[in-house]
Design a protein around this ligand. Sequence first.
Ligand code: ZN
Length: 290
Amino acid sequence: MLHTPPGFVPAPVTLAPPAGDALVFAFAGAMLVVAGNEEAPVVPTLAQALAAGIDGPRHHLGRLAGTDCVAVTLGDTAPAPAGYRLAGLRSLFGTMPEPMLAVAARAFQVVDWDRSHAFCGRCGARTRERPGERAKECPACGLVAYPRVSPAMMVLVIRDGELLLARANRFRNMMYSALAGFVEPGEAIEDCVHREVREEVGIEIDRLEYFASQSWAFPHSLMIAYTAHYAAGALRPDGTEIADARWFLPDALPELPSPMSIARRLIDDTAARLRDGSHAQRAAASPAIE
Ligand SMILES: [Zn+2]
């Protein structure tokens, strides 16, 4: 789960320069510069990074357990200096401590924004940092660009003690997951849930219930997860995005997404509640959130 880790105090702007013991999250493209072996990757301190020539535009992120954390934008194809290697964020799940990984994911989103907003999207002039906040402004036309976060929904639909799981065409294997999709301009998140379910599998749902949300740094999503109940219609996978969709009993689930995903937590949690019967009681006891 990626979210603000315990002990992390975000601070996008600081007047004080980072201390030598600041942690440096430097990205070359989508790859983080780390030292240490495969089992115990570590990020360098600022003093270590500078000694190794790891430097570029810096963005203060905040403090983790009292230590400054800094994102650094390197060239997309910058090589790792001697003693360091480049690691994709996904490869660090399970080996890098979760608070450190969460700050790395945050750093990646800031770096990604930094390098994709070097020029104004409206007039093409070179942008500059806007003082006092995490923003870039265009000196020619005044356009201000903030880091982008794209909201998306995920929903696990329940019917008669069964779960609706779908296999998307983009999945590499026979994995099934909850339905998901990005919010469109003008939509509330609830509108998006209903529309995506209708478009992807052709059914109507009700009794939406919020589950949890997760930041997902690939590259800048906020996944907002719900459960819902089947209301009407026949399952009809759209055939383009969704290859197959079926109802599964909680004790006969197919191949599922990685335990690090919010999808898996949503499925595991809901399946457990269906098994012990608490979901029906809870749903009956609480009013629908719509
Ligand atoms: Zn401009």
